[in-house]
Write a protein that binds this ligand. Structure first.
Ligand SMILES: Cc1cc2nc3c(=O)[nH]c(=O)nc-3n(C[C@H](O)[C@H](O)[C@H](O)COP(=O)(O)OP(=O)(O)OC[C@H]3O[C@@H](n4cnc5c(N)ncnc54)[C@H](O)[C@@H]3O)c2cc1C
Length: 528
């Protein structure tokens, strides 16, 4: 089997490949020091992180009977690596030695039947099960509530790493959920195919995680959100197996796939995902454009989307993000000559790329854009997965960095943008840096993705939670969605209830109560 991407586990207290962990580049350090001030803020040693007590011996022995003793792990390192996700509060808690949300054991079933048996065991023994894909959740999706349970076990899908079937005629593939982004792409590439799903967490996030969080990748304009790629699902639930997606489209009642996508492990464990695939592109071209303002660039994006002429990748940084050059995440503090930077990328055959590029170029120029050429676009493409590593280097020097996102219709996008910015600066102080970009667009609207940097207060977790709550309040007050692609987890629950209202909450609870009556699947996550 071909595999690709980082082969190591993620760093226990940082984003990504441990080999990539490093200090801030000197030029960036000087800039950050001047704007926010710095102070060394090292993490504790991994062996000093306090974890929950390991699972009771009797329960461990029962699990071992189901999956084999080599697939039940209790050691500190394995449990530490399965503790929470990768939001800034998650990282800060670990850096300070708090790992009390750790699983009491990690179980690694290898087949659908073993997953089903582990679920049945969890029900029998009242043990909470937390499905674990890549561990990249940024919304508290992996920190189950433990009160009332005999233990909390991480149900790690790492052994589900195969491409099961390819249907070249229908252009679909059946993938196992534990495949990380690069592994899935490598397996599909061997068949001349691609999923085209490249979220910033691509290196570590998994197929199952993409499906149940309704992820959206950087090429969503061309390939679609992940939920638009899923044609079928196999799910193990406490009530039995759910198999969905027998035809390309149907009118057979409400689409139950939609109930599973976005369910974040609270309704069942996804053990196979059938996806739509595309041919590997022959050509990939990325170029940069400058617009006079964020509003002008957003109008250009809307015009393209409504003309049905979107590039494969399209993103627009606001003035602040352009100035700080986070549109090129590998180079903080590059020269900026004002305005707002847009990246437009085209993928496909030589003919389709040429045709689409010509049409988009004409429209973008007519709408006031200045073409900056391919160099800046290529630099974005090369640095596209490096941004998150920078967050850790900033945490090391006492700077708080975190992101949040939302989505709104075009007619109220600017209003939401202003309200969220104001909420964040109001909570964090005028010295806080608030950057924003648009990276997912539709005919009807777009998502806004904010990046925030501020000097860490004495309690940086509380500092961020206050700012995040202010931003979430502003989001719902202005009618926008609490999340465009990060999902709900524990963190967005209160605002989800406001977004979907009491009847929506009732439906979610009813499904949960019927599928998982003892509530052992990811307790505390998703359901308000
Ligand atoms: C630096 C960074 C960048 C990110 N960029 C993006 C981005 O560009 N776009 C985007 O959409 N998201 C992004 N995210 C968020 C995150 O990567 C996504 O939510 C991703 O889809 C989670 O996948 P995962 O495999 O890591 O899932 P995990 O984090 O392991 O799990 C997420 C949730 O799904 C459940 N779950 C996982 N696998 C299964 C399964 N097989 N069956 C049932 N439940 C399951 C878990 O219990 C948990 O509740 C980013 C996160 C980080 C840290």
């Amino acid at each position: 089997m071909t595999t690709a991407g980082p082969t190591s586990e993620m760093h226990w207290s940082r984003w990504g490949d441990p080999a990539e962990a490093g200090p801030l580049p000197e030029s960036a350090f000087a800039l950050v020091d001047a704007f926010l001030g710095t102070s060394e803020t090292p993490a504790v040693a991994p062996e000093d992180v306090r974890l929950s007590d390991p699972l009771a011996d009797e329960l461990v022995a029962e699990l071992a009977e189901i999956v084999g003793s080599e697939h039940v792990l209790l050691d500190h390192e394995t449990r530490l690596h399965r503790t929470r996700g990768k939001s800034t509060p998650d990282l800060l808690k670990l850096r300070h030695g708090d790992g009390l949300d750790s699983p009491d054991a990690v179980v690694r079933p290898g087949t659908h039947d073993e997953v089903a048996a582990v679920i049945a065991w969890g029900v029998r023994r009242n043990v909470a099960l937390v499905p674990f894909g890549g561990g990249t959740s940024v919304v508290g999706g992996l920190a189950a509530r433990r009160e009332g349970y005999a233990g909390v076990v991480s149900l790690d899908l790492i052994r589900f790493d195969r491409l099961l079937e390819v249907d070249h005629e229908s252009m679909t593939a059946l993938l196992e959920p534990g495949l990380r982004g690069p592994q899935a792409e490598a397996l599909l590439a061997a068949e001349g195919l691609t999923l085209g799903h490249f979220p910033q967490s691509f290196e570590y996030a998994t197929i199952g995680g993409f499906a149940v969080t309704r992820s959206s990748g950087q090429s969503s304009a061309g390939y679609g959100r992940f939920d638009a790629l899923v044609v079928g699902l196999r799910v193990a639930t406490p009530q039995g197996t759910l198999e969905l997606g027998t035809a390309p489209a149907n009118a057979a009642g409400p689409d139950l796939r939609e109930l599973v996508m976005g369910s974040e492990g609270a309704f069942g464990v996804v053990t196979a995902v059938r996806v739509r695939v595309r041919r590997l592109p022959d050509v990939k071209v990325y170029e940069a454009w400058r617009f006079g303002s964020f509003a002008e660039g957003a109008t250009a994006m809307r015009t393209l989307a409504q003309a049905g002429l979107l590039p494969t990748v399209i993103r627009l940084s606001d003035e602040a993000e352009t100035a700080i050059n986070l549109a090129r995440p590998d180079a903080v503090g590059g020269e900026s000559s004002g305005g707002c930077l847009m990246i437009a990328g085209y993928e496909g055959t030589a003919e389709t790329v040429a045709a689409r590029r010509t049409a988009c170029t004409g429209l973008l120029a007519d709408l006031g854009g200045t073409n900056l050429g391919e160099e800046a676009g290529q630099a974005w493409a090369e640095g596209r997965f490096h941004g998150p590593y920078l967050r850790d280097s900033l945490l090391d020097v006492g700077v708080l960095v975190e992101t949040l996102e939302t989505a709104m219709f075009w007619s109220r996008l600017e209003e939401v943008y202003a309200a969220v910015k104001q909420a964040l600066t109001g909570a964090l102080g005028e010295s806080a840096i608030v950057l924003c970009h648009i990276s997912h667009v539709y005919e009807t609207g777009a998502s806004l993705y904010f990046t925030v940097a501020a000097r860490q207060a004495d309690d940086p977790v509380a500092q961020w939670l206050t700012a995040k709550a202010a931003a979430c309040d502003a989001i719902v007050a202005h009618g926008a969605s609490i999340t465009h692609h990060h999902a709900v987890g524990q963190d967005h629950k209160p605002w989800l209830a406001q977004e979907i209202g009491p009847v929506g909450v009732m439906i979610l609870r009813a499904v949960k109560d019927r599928l998982d009556p003892t509530g052992i699947l990811n307790p505390g996550v998703l359901i308000p």
